[in-house]
Design a protein around this ligand. Structure first.
Ligand code: NAG
Length: 440
């Protein structure tokens, strides 16, 4: 217990108010909790599980769950016409969920569930036409599907469906070229599929790109990121980031080179910012930064490597790093902090999984490095999917996140302290788990 209290103190969780009352959405009880069990007025301490009680809006006599919308009038208004945001969420099920998040009322409301093919675990929007959505079907005979999105954030029935060319596609992204990249985690291959003049229609002419199976392991392409004329693909099984370029007509790509990663590190997701390559390694739970080497096979040593693991994990915790995000700087958040999720697939931490926040310091100098600035505990179980939304009219920014396991639902965190910290401000428990998000 002392250990847990120490960690919370160390992190300076802003959910604890100075007057001895827990703040709205702050923790107010649970096994191991030694802080205040009183909530600020207008909220009531509500038990979510044995380890976590939280101050939720409402009076003490009410047992209103977090999912109760405070106003049904504003909740269903699509983005653009009010201060509410519409967010789509994929998962291991047969639908894409539509939520409305209202920063003013701090409410996250489930609006609808639109039927899709099986296991739309990764969803992504068209780069310019926000009313078009692509979703994977993460099954043995993997598929890519396209949908139109109506003004209420609901999906049409699937407009087109095409094979991913392999087993269990866990990622897709629409490129600026009108092609959609989809990577098959289990079968070690992928396709970059052209669309026709209507971006919802796929061309059948895409070849299957097979990633070499190295002696060190089995290829597991996990993502694809467009960078200039290249598409970079981190391969968890091969400890490699492959460099693809189009070879002839759209849909035909070849591996032109590679950026090797530390042996056994398991690169999962990458981000590129200001000519630096940031790699999140699932197996090693490390974040590294390096310059982008010259194509095709130039080398660039890793400038800095940092552990992303939270302090004092419970015995039996097993970490498999999830997502990396670097939101573009804004006036209110000028520092490009790096946010990475610590997915714990072993014994659960009573605090839930954490999101680590890093700062890339002294770029371009001999003391360039990665500095851990915070570990934010989320209450989520196996946090994986998370996505930042656009700034609201006050310049505030929010992160939506969910776990793959348990029933902690979906949370929205607000960036605070210039991005060095985050605070949970809304939660919805209607659907227990979600795996990827698109802000409309
Ligand atoms: C670069 O690496 C790729 C893939 O590893 C290989 O196929 C290619 O021959 C290399 N190219 C050069 C110019 O060395």
């Amino acid at each position: 217990m002392a250990k847990i209290f120490y960690s919370l103190g160390f992190l300076g969780l802003s959910a604890l108010s100075v007057r001895g009352q827990a703040a709205l959405y702050g923790q107010c009880g649970g096994i191991g909790w030694s802080g205040s069990t009183a909530c600020v007025s207008g909220s009531a301490c509500t038990k979510l599980n044995d380890y976590y009680s939280q101050c939720l809006p409402g009076s003490a006599s009410s047992s209103a769950p977090a999912t109760t919308p405070t106003s049904t009038g504003t909740a269903s208004t699509p983005s653009g016409t009010s201060s509410a945001f519409t967010i789509l969420a994929g998962g291991y099920d047969t639908f894409v969920a539509t939520y409305s998040f209202n920063p003013n009322t701090k409410s996250l409301t489930l609006i609808s569930k639109s039927p899709t093919g099986m296991d739309p675990s990764w969803i992504t929007s068209h780069p310019t036409k926000k009313n078009i959505l692509y979703a994977v079907n993460e099954v043995a005979s993997g598929q890519l599907q396209s949908f139109d999105i109506d003004s209420k954030g609901s999906l049409s029935s699937a407009i087109d469906t095409i094979s991913s060319g392999g087993d269990s596609p866990a990622f897709a992204v629409a490129l600026s070229t009108g092609q959609v990249a989809i990577m098959n985690y289990n079968s070690g291959n992928g396709r970059i599929i052209p669309t026709s003049s209507t971006p919802e229609q796929f061309s059948t002419s895409a070849s299957v790109i097979t990633f070499p199976r190295l002696t060190s392991g089995v290829s597991h392409p996990h993502m694809a990121v467009e960078h200039g004329s290249e598409v970079l693909v981190p391969d968890l099984g091969g400890d490699m980031i492959w460099r693809l370029v189009q070879d002839g007509s759209p849909g035909n790509f070849k591996i032109q080179g590679s950026i090797p990663q530390p042996q056994g590190s398991g690169p999962r997701h990458i981000a590129i910012y200001n000519e630096r390559l940031y790699t999140l390694h699932e197996l090693a739970s490390t974040l590294t930064v390096q310059t982008i080497p010259q194509a095709p096979n130039g080398t660039a040593s890793i400038i800095a490597s940092a552990s992303i693991l939270p302090p004092n994990p419970p015995a039996g915790a097993m970490f498999a790093a999830g997502e990396i995000l670097i939101p573009a700087p804004t006036t209110k958040f000028p520092t490009p902090y790096i946010y990475v999720s610590n997915r714990n697939t072993g014994v659960q931490d009573p605090r839930g999984d954490s999101i680590a926040i890093f700062e890339h310091v002294n770029q371009g100098t001999s003391s360039e490095g990665l500095k851990l600035v915070n570990q934010v505990f989320t209450g989520l179980d196996q946090v994986r999917g998370m996505e930042f939304g656009p700034a609201d009219k006050n310049g505030d920014q929010y992160l939506i996140a969910s776990g793959v396991a348990g029933s902690a639902g979906v949370i929205v965190l607000q960036r605070t302290e210039g991005g060095k910290n985050m605070q949970i401000i809304a939660k919805n428990l209607d659907i227990p788990t979600r795996t990827s998000f698109v802000w409309l």
